[in-house]
Design a protein around this ligand. Structure first.
Ligand SMILES: *[C@@H]1O[C@H](CO)[C@@H](O)[C@H](O)[C@H]1NC(C)=O
Ligand SMILES: *[C@@H]1O[C@H](CO)[C@@H](O)[C@H](O)[C@H]1NC(C)=O
Ligand SMILES: *[C@@H]1O[C@H](CO)[C@@H](O)[C@H](O)[C@H]1NC(C)=O
Ligand SMILES: *[C@@H]1O[C@H](CO)[C@@H](O)[C@H](O)[C@H]1NC(C)=O
Ligand SMILES: *[C@@H]1O[C@H](CO)[C@@H](O)[C@H](O)[C@H]1NC(C)=O
Ligand SMILES: *[C@@H]1O[C@H](CO)[C@@H](O)[C@H](O)[C@H]1NC(C)=O
Ligand SMILES: *[C@@H]1O[C@H](CO)[C@@H](O)[C@H](O)[C@H]1NC(C)=O
Ligand SMILES: *[C@@H]1O[C@H](CO)[C@@H](O)[C@H](O)[C@H]1NC(C)=O
Ligand SMILES: *[C@@H]1O[C@H](CO)[C@@H](O)[C@H](O)[C@H]1NC(C)=O
Ligand SMILES: *[C@@H]1O[C@H](CO)[C@@H](O)[C@H](O)[C@H]1NC(C)=O
Ligand SMILES: *[C@@H]1O[C@H](CO)[C@@H](O)[C@H](O)[C@H]1NC(C)=O
Ligand SMILES: *[C@@H]1O[C@H](CO)[C@@H](O)[C@H](O)[C@H]1NC(C)=O
Length: 334
């Protein structure tokens, strides 16, 4: 976590101060609390109607407080100064119309706890009680809610979020009362989700090379393999680093180009280099005793997959083994 602890949680506003004043430098009461990493809660002793209270919260903090569970309600009650009579505190739940559901500001959540309302509340006593106050006193309704007319003046309770748009680089900032965490998108890690995960290093293939997009071997990097002349790729030529730290495909390898099979000539034989009939292997031909070779005595498998020449033939006729004989035969045939 790189969040700075907040020095002062609760700011006591001078009740006579103007709402537009620079509250931070002039109203610290020196009431400091333990460091927190999540939402901080703030209030003013100055009372105002609900609309003004929300505006005050938005001007100085994030918004009027949003309560989403009983523990949060209890915590907020525990940190607010007691009052022995109304006006108490405004909280951020409201409605616009008598038949509407109570909704929290911000995300329209409708959370209401089983024991949230004070006894016999909400009673809508004045027909248009569309805002909610929080009792913070020493009586049995401590921590309970009461519906109230929005025009009444009460103390605002606000929260300040520690999360903002830049808190998490590749993730969502998740905030609770006392914790702020970046929930990273797949493929990212780190306090602020600032680091792309890495895939294992790739090795240079025999008889080939590879080049990667910027990032080397991090999430979303693609590496392209190429084989040297005379070799063909076996496998996928492009591999991409996935969020689960594995490459999208196994690393390919470069296999030597194969030339078509070269059968033994009649009345002769051949011997090829160890690797067989693949790129760069040369086959040497020999004719049996008494036979003569017609054509080149060696052929090599070329990069294009063809032999450098035709297979020679073995003939018993010496004359036929000479090129000019072929020419003579050619002439005879005419
Ligand atoms: C705010 O109100 C509380 C409770 O009434 C009181 O204890 C506190 O001193 C007040 N703070 C200021 C700054 O007036
Ligand atoms: C609210 O709903 C009740 C019953 O559904 C209806 O009688 C009443 O007229 C509604 N009030 C308004 C202001 O719409
Ligand atoms: C909450 O509800 C109001 C009115 O129905 C709507 O205008 C607003 O966009 C909603 N806000 C969110 C965050 O859903
Ligand atoms: C509404 O926002 C609060 C924080 O402001 C959050 O705790 C809660 O989970 C949200 N509720 C919904 C339904 O999104
Ligand atoms: C509330 O009650 C506690 C003990 O129960 C007491 O110490 C405190 O002074 C009371 N506060 C007020 C404002 O009555
Ligand atoms: C709150 O006060 C302002 C300024 O005095 C006023 O314009 C507004 O109508 C009031 N809102 C309510 C709901 O009473
Ligand atoms: C956003 O929040 C981070 C901590 O989460 C903080 O360091 C940064 O200063 C904040 N930025 C703004 C513009 O508030
Ligand atoms: C803060 O977190 C601790 C555990 O980390 C928990 O025991 C405590 O109840 C939390 N406080 C609030 C107000 O939720
Ligand atoms: C904050 O919440 C995250 C996720 O739930 C957890 O991993 C982390 O330990 C918490 N930090 C503190 C200080 O409680
Ligand atoms: C790729 O290599 C595998 C294993 O060596 C082999 O079975 C397969 O036939 C080769 N594929 C091609 C297209 O050469
Ligand atoms: C990694 O993720 C990819 C794509 O989401 C998936 O196809 C693959 O099976 C996963 N591999 C492992 C080892 O989980
Ligand atoms: C192919 O043969 C040539 C000539 O002998 C040699 O220079 C070259 O290094 C060989 N290439 C491979 C990949 O074996």
């Amino acid at each position: 976590m790189t969040f700075l602890p907040l020095l002062c949680l609760f700011v006591r506003l001078n009740p006579t101060s103007s709402m537009k004043m620079n509250w931070c430098s002039t109203t610290w009461s020196g009431h400091c609390c333990e460091a927190t990493f999540g939402w901080t809660y703030h209030f003013s002793n100055q009372t105002m109607n609900w609309t003004q209270a929300r505006e005050w919260c938005q001007a100085h903090f994030t918004d009027m407080v949003v309560i989403q569970e009983q523990a949060e309600n209890d915590y907020i009650v525990s940190i607010l100064p007691n009052k022995d009579r109304t006006p108490y505190y405004w909280i951020g739940i409201t409605k616009n119309h008598i038949n509407e559901t109570w909704r929290w500001i911000g995300n329209n959540s409708t959370w209401v706890g089983e024991h949230s309302w004070a006894e016999k509340e909400p009673n809508n006593k004045h027909v248009a009680e569309f805002c909610v106050e929080l009792y913070v006193n020493n009586r049995s309704n401590r921590g309970k809610w009461n519906d109230e007319t929005c025009a009444n003046e009460k103390s605002p309770v606000c929260y300040k979020a520690q999360c903002n748009d830049t808190s998490c680089v590749n993730g969502r900032c998740w905030e609770t009362i006392n914790n702020t965490t970046c929930l990273c998108e797949p493929g990212y890690e780190g306090d602020k989700c600032q680091t792309a995960v890495e895939c294992p290093p790739l090795s240079q293939p025999g008889n080939g090379d590879f080049h990667c997009s910027p990032g080397g071997r991090t999430f979303r990097t693609t590496c392209r393999f190429k084989c040297h002349t005379g070799f063909v790729i076996n496998g996928s030529s492009d591999v991409t680093c996935e969020a689960n730290r594995t490459w999208s495909d196994p690393q390919p390898f470069c296999a030597a180009v194969k030339c078509p099979p070269l059968p033994q000539p009649a009345d002769g034989n051949h011997s090829c280099s160890d690797e067989g009939q693949i790129f760069n292997s040369t086959c040497h031909f020999k004719c049996h005793w008494g036979f003569f070779m017609m054509g080149s005595s060696a052929v090599t498998c070329a990069a294009n997959g063809y032999w450098t020449g035709p297979r020679p033939a073995c003939t018993s006729n010496y004359m036929w083994s000479k090129p000019f004989v072929l020419v003579e035969i050619h002439w005879d045939a005419i």
